[in-house]
Structure formats: C-alpha cells, structure tokens
Design a protein around this ligand. Structure first.
Ligand SMILES: C[S@@+](CC[C@H](N)C(=O)[O-])C[C@H]1O[C@@H](n2cnc3c(N)ncnc32)[C@H](O)[C@@H]1O
Length: 208
C-alpha cells in the first residue's frame, strides 16, 4: 500500500490547490448524491482525497467517515477539518483491501473518481458491498476512458515510469463499469454521464 500511494502523496498539495474543471457538473453530482442520502444515514467515502466533497455532503447525513489510502491527502484533509469542518465528519487513512476500512453496515458508500484507479476492481466492489446494509447504496462517479481514449495508454505508461501518473489506471467503458457492479451483486438504480470528454459515469448501485 505504501508504494502504491506514493504518487498520491506526492501530488496531494497540488491536488488540494487545484480548481474544479466543470463546476456545473460537480454541483449536479452533489445534488444527485444528496437525493439518495437521508439525515439519519451513516456514510463512508473511499478515496476522498482532501475531503472537499465530504465537507459538502456531511451536513446532509448523520455521520460521515471519509477515507483515503494516501497519508498526505488525509493530513491535508484533517487540517481543513481542524479549521472548521462539519462536526459529524471524521477522516481515516484506509482503502479497499488494506483491512483498515471501518466496520459497516453503512447506508451508503461513496467513491468519486476512484473505481478506475483500483488494481482489483471486483474485489473492491465485493468489499464495498459487504460494508453496506441490505438496501444500502454504492454512489460513484468514474472517469471512463474508453474508445478513442485508449490511445492514451502508451502515454500513461511513459508518464507512470516518470512518476507523473497513478500506479494503475483502468480504461473502463460505462458498460464495463456497470457490468462489474452487477457481477459484484449490485442492482443499478441510476446511471448517467455527468461530464463528457472524458465521460464521468455517475452510478448509484444498490445492495439487494
Ligand atoms: C482522482 S483522486 C479523487 C479524490 C476525490 N474523491 C475527488 O473526487 O476529488 C483519487 C483519490 O483516490 C485515492 N486512491 C487511489 N487509489 C486508492 C486505493 N487503492 N485506496 C484508497 N484510496 C485510493 C488517492 O489517494 C486520491 O486521493
């Protein structure tokens, strides 16, 4: 885990300082996410970065645990919370497969711009499903680098060798992403493109 998170530790300060490229699409994602959350909900976010989204969503639920496997992301996020975050929001260093994610059951598990980065997507989806109560929701948004975006593969390979790209990036189509979710035992509740070029697929999937 330490090696895999090195890239994200290195870019964490820059990531925290970056601006949202499409504010309208981001706000739409927040709105659609809130539509599936309730004031009594216990929520877990995985791959939360520096907690920007967690800070926006936590006031809509009862408790919110935001997690990321990169220590620097967590450090910066905790600094933000110390300056005045929602009182029901806490941050932990944890990720799928490391045994450190908090115990469920959760009403919702959130994963924004994360699923395409996971080295073992089927195992991670199974773990997320196991963290949800029956009827609980996996709410995700995922860049889908399918079709012409495959041309980026060699470029990403070179960038990775130079330490300028994440250790694993999956080139998913929306259909493949959704098939992975149904194969993990989820039922799709909502799916839509929230960005184009590349598509960022918003998917709400329910544990039956
Ligand atoms: C593209 S950023 C997205 C951050 C945030 N969710 C957002 O939408 O702004 C990806 C985040 O996922 C984290 N991440 C990548 N692989 C991970 C893994 N295997 N387990 C946990 N977190 C991971 C990175 O540290 C980084 O903070």
């Amino acid at each position: 885990m330490t090696t895999a998170s090195q890239f994200w530790n290195r870019v964490a300060e820059r990531y925290a300082a970056s601006t949202i490229s499409n504010v309208e699409a981001y706000e739409h994602t927040l709105t659609r996410t809130r539509a599936h959350l309730g004031p009594g909900d216990r929520v877990l976010e995985i791959g939360c970065g520096t907690a920007s989204t967690a800070i926006r969503l936590a006031p809509s639920v009862a408790t919110y645990i935001a997690t990321d496997y990169a220590a620097e992301m967590v450090r910066i996020g905790r600094e933000k919370l110390a300056r005045g975050g929602p009182p029901n929001l806490q941050m932990l260093r944890a990720g799928p497969g490391d045994g450190a994610l908090p115990d469920g059951p959760f009403d919702a598990v959130l994963a924004f711009s994360l699923l395409h980065l996971l080295p073992d997507l089927p195992a991670a989806l199974a773990e997320m499903r196991g963290l949800l109560r029956p009827g609980g929701l996996l709410i995700s948004k995922t860049p889908c680098l399918s079709g012409p975006w495959h041309a980026l593969r060699p470029v990403l390979g070179v960038m990775r060798l130079a330490g300028k790209a994440p250790p694993s990036v999956r080139f998913l189509s929306p259909a493949r992403l959704e098939r992975a979710m149904t194969a993990a035992g989820f039922v799709l509740v909502e799916a839509a493109d929230h960005n184009t070029r590349p598509v960022r697929r918003f998917v709400v999937a329910q544990r039956p």
